[in-house]
Design a protein around this ligand. Structure first.
Ligand code: F0G
Length: 366
């Protein structure tokens, strides 16, 4: 039977690789596009979720990391470095392990989830908890890579966006054309930039490295809607935020590296970048797990929070095709599922091991 070969081999004709490239892959990509029945009912449009938590390390970062690590190996790198709110570090650590390269990660002290921290440690990364936020970490990682022989694998490395653009290809390949709207969370703004690049490339003839000119695959590009957490919404405010704050730690970022690309994605597509509150994010997080059957980490729900917010404002048209990227798996940061809407902890019901007690607890006895 055919097995998905990872995004580089599946989309080799549209990536900066050749047949001779040594590919570092864990089989990333090929993630499901799930029909969101209840969001579709709510809006009167057909809503799909691109479930990126299904990637090997549980987030969309793997798409970019296969390219970045492949480029690092091609460049003869012996060590890589990244700054991260958690998912990039988990991904870098896993792919560096496969490549046989040393990996250093800089994370903001106390502001990354246990799941992500444990991934980086399990894969043997040199993990440094920095007394500063993500923006400080990225600043140091960049300077380190300029002054020392370590290869930067953050999304300021163009190879990362090349890999991440494949998610847009998959959406088009599945739907047969681009959706009307594409929604997603925005933090460092690499992902929205990558999707926009991917959609544009698929809607135009493409000059391939090895295969000459390839025909357009899509007839159009979507309108891009990005959503930041309100306490970390520099792109909405129009200026960097020095003390970003949100429970969605993955997008707790005050000065996105791909700022200009994200603004171009918004403006060229006729889209928007708006903010959602932590409460709206947690409501959307609950909606996804309790109604759609899709478990994500809080930051991943920002796009869904955005859809619900825009619907309430009367701005979501009916009869359209809407894709929302949910970026990372719920098991990355499971504590939020154990909290009720009112903020109290969920208390599991305890029972004796007999059928009568279990039936009573389930309300089957009256
Ligand atoms: N969702 C999740 C789960 C993320 O981990 C990130 C970014 C984003 C959304 C935002 O994507 O930065 O491309 O706009 N996480 C980075 C990290 C910063 O270090 O893992 P973006």
């Amino acid at each position: 039977a055919h097995q998905w070969r990872g995004v580089i081999r599946e989309y080799a004709d549209r990536l900066p690789v050749t047949d001779a490239t040594e590919v570092i892959t864990l089989g990333e990509g090929g993630t499901p596009l799930v029909h969101a029945r209840h969001l579709s009912e709510l809006t009167g449009s057909t809503v799909y979720l691109k479930v990126e938590g299904m990637n090997p390390t549980g987030s969309f970062k793997d798409r970019g990391m296969t390219m970045a690590m492949t480029a690092a190996v091609a460049a003869g790198a012996k060590a890589v470095v990244c700054a991260s709110t958690g998912n990039t570090s988990a991904s870098a650590a896993a792919y560096a392990t496969q490549a046989g390269i040393t990996c250093a990660v800089l994370v903001p002290d106390g502001k990354i989830s246990m799941g992500k921290l444990s991934q980086a440690i399990a894969h043997g990364a040199q993990l440094l908890q920095v007394n500063g936020n993500f923006d400080n970490c990225l600043d140091v990682a960049r300077k380190l890579s300029e002054a020392y022989p370590v290869f930067l694998v953050n999304s300021v490395n163009p190879a990362r966006l090349e890999g991440q653009k494949t998610a847009a290809f998959e959406v088009v390949d599945t739907l047969g054309d681009a959706p009307d709207y594409h929604l997603m969370p925005v933090g460092n703004a690499g992902n929205i930039s990558a999707y926009w690049k991917g959609y544009k490339e698929y809607a135009a003839p493409y000059a391939s490295l090895e295969h000459g000119e390839l025909p357009a695959v899509a007839t159009r590009t979507p309108i891009m809607w990005g959503f930041q957490a309100e306490g970390a919404s520099p792109l909405v405010k129009g200026h960097p935020v020095t003390e970003p704050d949100t429970i969605a730690t993955a997008i707790r970022i005050g000065n996105p590296a791909s700022w200009d690309f994200a603004v171009a994605a918004r403006d060229e597509s006729g889209g928007l970048i708006d903010a959602v509150t932590d409460e709206e994010i947690l409501d959307a997080h609950r909606w996804l797990s309790a109604r759609e059957g899709v478990f994500v980490e809080p930051a991943s729900a920002a796009g869904v929070a955005g859809l619900i917010k825009k619907h309430a404002e009367g701005l979501v048209p009916t009869g359209k095709t809407i894709v929302i990227t949910v970026t990372g798996h719920g098991l990355k940061d499971p504590q939020w599922a154990l909290r009720m809407a009112d903020g109290s902890d969920v208390e599991p019901t305890k029972v004796e091991f007999d059928v009568v007690s279990v039936a009573a607890a389930l309300g089957l006895e009256d």
